[in-house]
Design a protein around this ligand. Sequence first.
Ligand code: 8CM
Length: 372
Amino acid sequence: MSHLFQEFRLKDIALRNRIAVSPMCQYSSEDGYPTDWHLVHLGARAIGGAGLVIVEATAVSPEGRITPADSGIWSDGHVEPFSRIARFLKEHGAVAGIQLAHAGRKASAHRPWQGDNHLAPNEGAWETIAPSAVAFGANLPVVPRAMTVQDIARVQEAFVKATQRSLAAGFEWLELHFAHGYLAHEFYSPLANSRTDAYGGSFDNRIRFHLETLAAVRKVWPERLPLTVRLSVTDWIEGGVTIDESIELVRRFKLGGVDLVDVSHDFITPDISHVPWGAGFMVPASSRIRRETGMPTAVGWLITEPQQAEDIVRDQHADLVMLARQMLRDPHWPYHAAQQLGMEMPQAVLPVQYAYWLKERSSPGPVRPNTT
Ligand code: 8CM
């Protein structure tokens, strides 16, 4: 029996398998509103058989967008188009998740395929905010304004409101984006945080933003639904965040009501040359965090092969595998994985509209009567 295709229960939610579609920015929104693109892109992956589909990093406030084309959920008007997506995902057997985000100093940029660099003032640039007035560098040279404590409270309130709207839209899985060099990670990493107040310096201070935001969100997100965090658990470099620290942070998350950690890494500086890229290179970190904290984990990065994913789950390195680019290559990856892993009825991972025609048969199958 495949481990990858075993149900996963977290709180009152059951995923039909261990395959999750990672949140992937599509840079195809208008004023934060998701479009038909999102419905088709995300819907196709639910039809493809994933157990969990997480909507891309969705900004809690306009200034928290990476680009002007990011998704956002900063007004009540945004709820309806997201609810259409959540409904469709659920109708096709996937649990609908959403990732809430604030891009901090990496906001106000062009789409990746339009340069990935900061917008110029005459291109609609907006003021970026971050824990400290320290630029990311390279293609993102704009120095952000250091946040006041009032700014911090305002952003935390925006996370709370975005959580309430996500719930109203029908999402049943919430992921707080605390990774990839965006706002929360900028608080966590000494490489971006040089504050001298209660939000900088010591470990306890650098995680204050996270724990306060989490506590506020936990109050409005129902206990019965999974509340999860994506965390860059290491910056890979001297002076940055370490796995040892992140293990302690995950323990605090556990006390604060987090139900699963989506293990990710880095992107706090432009230099990613020290990242040990390779198949499943984040799996050891996930395994260690899961073992040492007892926190369920999801893990991504260069997971492409069904047997690789099966082994990760079987060996308890993670509870879920997060697929991103592989799901762009092949929205039907779960079906192909079921075939490769020798499942008896691989078509069962697909909706009946497809499954009926893909049944293994001794003859070519039902043919419409010839009416001519
Ligand atoms: C884009 C490309 C690659 C990534 C990303 C993004 C955008 C947001 C994010 O991660 O969190 O890993």
